[in-house]
Ligand binder design. Structure first.
Ligand code: CP
Length: 494
């Protein structure tokens, strides 16, 4: 697990292939007890907080919870709660935890809402486990488990399968969860068919063999075709939706072309006839069997959480470490720098942030709250175009802060934005040079650019933004909550 823990079930990004395989095998063991309507008594309470509409996920979680002996507390529709009075998701979830929910199953229109709630409840000391039943267009991890269980039932394996995925791949949380769950399984080939406007972002398929097409003809040779609806509710306007709807329909002609061995899956609901009604009852269309397997899959997930309930929820990323590189006499250093004919005046007291790539500078200025009038008054200098052997470009910027020293949190934030940064503190005639190692996570600074992210809507979540990065200044970073990727400069764009 990268950031999650066994108690919660938030995103398939948190799971390894072995864990997914184990979950699917364990889910399979729940099929017979489900079909026999066996009950297990656990004396626990499951609250189902569905702030977005749902038939399958809500219905199957409810049945799964009853069959595993939970007292079930269904809260259906945002209008059934004070969310409609603009109460935050944090406050709503905390109340249900206070009312002794052992497991809180959440469907929310806020991307990252489930992960945020899981962490927030842990911070308040609640033992409640959180299951993500769909957070905006981000993740739907229990759907991925039932999808894999369906594949395992149909093909007897999760390896060596060619899987066509058709429709709105950009906005489909089921596709995002499924693609990440398939990582690491040998011989998986994905054939992605969509309009370019709703193509799948490349980070979902890293490490998988992928063919991208805008034609259903590309599906020839697939073992299974997983069709998704165009998600009308995720489009900014009716015009954008109209441009992509109805482009890909799997009907009797397509099914015949694909041959007698292919299976057609769909997470449902079908919105616009993307699987034509004429083939809904065809034996190769297995979407209702797929939805039914949601019950044993969720029975397994609920029991799994019970097993780990006492486990503390928080699993942090690698913490940044500060390392002192040198401590010398500022006078000597300044003399050396003068010899090298530097174009800036040495500081007597303050900080020089060195070895910055130019792209990071605006974000660092924003992160430090540097105003332009400070630049005018020479409290702060930003000097670019300096030669260096430390950066591949051969060119660096420095930021010189006259009379200002940085906090460890500020240094960690700057190192996240510019992993090559070195910090020179000059005071009392000495220069202490340091670097931040492993700046892989930034907490408490920056703003997620995704307008649907929970940190943009929930006032308590807004206090705790968090981002992951690979420690390489040129790569994308991703929001800890909504899991979207973007260039790190955008964290401080507003
Ligand atoms: N597959 C799925 O999430 O369906 P519902 O929206 O009906 O829960």
């Amino acid at each position: 697990m990268r950031w999650g823990c066994l108690k919660h079930f938030i995103s398939t990004a948190d799971t390894t292939r072995d864990e997914i395989q184990e979950l699917v095998s364990w889910a399979k063991e729940h099929i017979d007890p489900f079909l026999r309507r066996e009950q297990v008594h656990h004396d626990k309470r499951a609250t189902l907080l569905f702030a977005e509409p749902s038939t399958r996920t809500r219905g199957s979680y409810e049945l799964a919870a009853k069959l595993t002996g939970f007292e079930v507390d269904p809260v259906t529709g945002a209008e059934a709660t004070s969310l409609m009075k603009e109460e935050s998701l944090s406050a709503t979830a905390r109340m249900f935890a206070r009312y002794h929910a052992d497991i809180l199953v959440i469907r929310t229109s806020l991307a990252g809402g489930a992960r945020w709630v899981a962490e927030m409840l842990g911070r308040y000391g609640y033992h409640t486990a959180v299951h993500n039943a769909g957070d905006e267009s981000n993740q739907h991890p229990s759907q991925a488990i039932l999808d894999l269980l369906t594949l395992r039932q149909e093909f007897g394996r999760l390896e060596n399968l060619t899987i066509g995925i058709v429709g709105d791949l950009k906005n489909s949380r089921t596709v995002h969860s499924l693609a990440w769950a398939l990582r690491g399984f040998p011989g998986i080939r994905l054939v992605l068919v969509s309009s370019p406007e709703v193509a799948l972002q490349p980070w979902y398929t890293e490490g998988l063999e992928v063919t991208v097409s805008d034609s259903l003809d590309a599906l020839a040779g697939c073992n299974v075709v997983y069709v998704t609806r165009v998600q009308r509710e995720r489009f900014a306007n009716a015009y954008d939706y109209a441009r992509v709807r109805g482009k890909f329909v799997v009907d009797a002609t397509v099914l015949e072309r694909l041959g007698p061995n292919v299976k057609i899956m769909h997470p449902q609901p079908i919105a616009d006839g993307e699987v034509a009604p004429e083939i809904w009852s065809h034996p190769q269309v297995i979407m209702d069997q797929q939805a039914q397997l949601g019950v044993p899959a969720r029975m397994m997930l609920l029991r799994r959480s019970l097993k780990y309930l006492p486990q503390p929820p928080e699993v942090e990323g690698v913490s940044p470490r500060e390392e002192q590189v040198s401590d010398d006499h500022a006078a000597q250093t300044i003399a050396r720098k003068h010899d090298a004919s530097l174009r800036y005046i040495p500081l007597e007291t303050g900080t020089v942030i060195d070895h910055l790539g130019g792209r990071a500078v605006p974000a660092i200025k924003a992160c430090l709250g540097i105003q332009d009038h400070e630049l005018d008054r020479h409290q702060v200098d930003v000097i670019g175009g300096l030669e260096t052997r430390q950066l591949p470009s051969g060119c660096k910027c420095i930021i010189r802060l006259n009379g200002r020293f940085l906090t460890p949190a500020e240094r960690a934030a700057i190192a996240f934005l510019a992993p090559t940064a070195t910090f020179n503190e000059i005071r009392d005639g000495r220069r202490i040079k340091s670097k931040v190692r492993d700046p892989h996570m930034l907490r408490g600074a920056g703003q997620c650019p995704n307008p649907a992210c929970v940190t943009r809507h929930d006032p308590e979540a807004a206090l705790h933004p968090a981002f992951h990065g690979a420690g390489d200044g040129d790569q994308l970073v991703w929001c800890h909550y909504c899991e979207q990727r973007f260039p790190r400069e955008q964290l401080f764009a507003n």
